[in-house]
Design a protein around this ligand. Sequence first.
Ligand code: ADP
Ligand code: MG
Ligand code: MG
Length: 249
Amino acid sequence: MLCITDLFARVEDKEIIKGLNLTIKPGEVHAIMGPNGAGKSTLGNVLSGRDGYEATAGTVSFNGKDLFELDIEERAREGLFLAFQYPVEIPGVSNMEFLKAAVDAKRKHHGQPELSAIEFMKMAREASKRVNLDQAFLKRGVNEGFSGGEKKRNEIMQMMLLEPSLCILDETDSGLDIDALQVVASGVNAMRSPERSFIVVTHYQRLLDYIVPDYVHVLANGRIVKTGGKELALELEEKGYSWLETEAV
Ligand code: ADP
Ligand code: MG
Ligand code: MG
């Protein structure tokens, strides 16, 4: 599904990703942990094609296509989804309009007809129920005045409606109370399937009690310096990262 080979990438003339390799097969959940400033969010931004994040060397193939040949919208239509660490507000555009446009663009790309307003509303209502988000949020501006927990639930709802093949969740757990965390985790777990993969970036082992990963990677100094199973997250919680960074040099 995703194959990253010797990736180097920079932000604002600063090299942040320095020789990163990662392969993700369909159905797998990969957790990425690592110290602050290691490049975890940069990796997500480079993959999703965000402005200002430039790959300088290496290759990334996504569903057999060269990811860097696709622009940001094409990547989304191909099934890449990045839930932002700090979701943006889009005042004046209702959450529902925004979501319907995104869902229709993806359907069109796959040769499916646009949804009627009624069909979409039905899907959106079901998704909002599954994340315990009041239906009133569908009518509000995208993320406008949403609390931290509401934004995260909204991200999971977006993900449910867009049905991406690769979901990148960047610190989806930061600032969440236990109830919201469980909603997010059960939303992700409900979406796990043999065709869909996840990259879960997190600082806390806690989230991985709920979303049990197939692999845990440590990203430090712009590279994956260690890979293990879910038990690695527990080891990291206990020992921190310094032993690994030393090992990596
Ligand atoms: P992490 O998510 O692992 O905490 P980031 O990928 O956010 O780390 O950041 C890695 C480094 O890249 C940091 O030194 C950060 O300051 C820098 N960086 C990230 N985005 C930008 C940006 N838009 N402009 C300038 N520097 C950036
Ligand atoms: Mg950070
Ligand atoms: Mg980050």
